[in-house]
Ligand binder design. Structure first.
Ligand code: SAM
Length: 285
């Protein structure tokens, strides 16, 4: 746990100014930190991937518990600070890169390949939370658990059920890949600088995902994104626009799935999306 005064002095010593554009709201609350690290069991057989170590406060907590921590940070100006503050730990590997440019499969294989269990933990940068979640979830990796601190509004979308205004591509994608649970709400004063919104720790158990699987994940992604592409449009119109198919063709596909063309994407269950994706996969080929 780092006090704001200590963190400020550390940043000043290394001439680092916090970048709003990189979503740099650093954790300065010990209780919030514990909510993240204790959301899953960590031991020496566990390899951890951390996205955005910032000043390394969470990274050090993870290194105390896990076998190895690989921390990927986009902001290279943090390198001297991180190298100094994390020097006491010999089980941390720092990589300076944009996580969205990192092929996840290769990253996990090369850096954490020998570990029994692989876990991702991160206080995610708010400006790019959703792309990072898609990047991680849609890759074929052996990650068993994901614990992320995200904006409360994003957490609400992650657990949203069909029919509500928060249910969308993020809800379907997260719930397809994992069993998701909200762990704790974190107030703005737990960060430096405090963000304007509340945050939530979310745990995704990727081993307890729904047994309903799509034959082709590419088709699943395409159908889900198309269905939500134009909200408030009927499925018939949204899918025709998104898939580039005629309405007649779309109606036939929906008929085969016993789904009314007049329904809207936000009313479809995960199982219905999988069913549609499976029909789409056979019809397009
Ligand atoms: N882990 C630290 C903490 O909890 O105090 C910092 C969290 S801060 C919310 C997000 C961190 O992610 C920042 O250090 C930021 O520079 C980094 N970051 C932003 N975009 C990134 C990206 N695309 N790839 C990797 N790191 C990124």
């Amino acid at each position: 746990m780092v006090k704001p005064t200590v963190l400020r002095a550390l940043l000043m010593k290394h001439g680092v100014t916090l970048k709003k554009g990189y979503g740099q709201n650093f954790l300065v609350d010990g209780h919030a930190l514990q909510e993240i690290v204790q959301a899953v069991t960590l031991d020496r057989q566990t390899g951890v991937l951390e996205i955005g170590p910032g000043a390394g406060v969470l990274t050090a907590e993870l290194a105390k518990r896990a076998g190895r921590v690989v921390a990927v940070e986009k902001d290279v100006s943090l390198r001297p600070l991180l190298e100094e503050s994390l020097a006491p730990w010999d089980n941390i590997r720092l990589r300076f890169a944009d996580i969205l440019d990192e092929p996840m499969e290769a990253l996990i294989h090369d850096e954490l390949g020998g570990f029994q269990r692989i876990v991702l933990l991160a206080n995610l940068p708010y400006y790019v939370t959703t792309p990072i979640l898609f990047h991680v979830l849609e890759a074929k990796t052996p990650i068993s658990d994901i614990v992320v601190l995200v904006q409360k509004e994003v957490a609400t979308r992650m657990v949203a059920r069909p029919g509500g205004k928060d249910y969308g591509v993020l809800s379907v994608t997260v719930q397809y890949h994992a069993d998701v649970r909200l762990v704790a709400d974190i107030a703005p004063h737990c960060f430096m600088p405090p963000p304007s919104v509340h945050s939530t720790v979310v745990h995704l158990n990727c081993q307890k995902m729904t047994p309903v699987r799509a034959d082709s994940e590419l088709s699943f992604v395409k159908v889900v994104r198309s269905a939500f592409g134009t909200r408030r449009k009927t499925l018939e119109n949204a899918l025709a626009a998104g898939l580039g198919w005629s309405k007649e063709h779309v109606r036939e596909m929906l008929e085969q799935a016993h789904i009314s063309p007049q329904r809207r994407g936000e009313t479809l269950s995960l199982e219905e999306f999988v069913q549609l994706a499976n029909i789409f996969a056979t019809w397009k080929s």
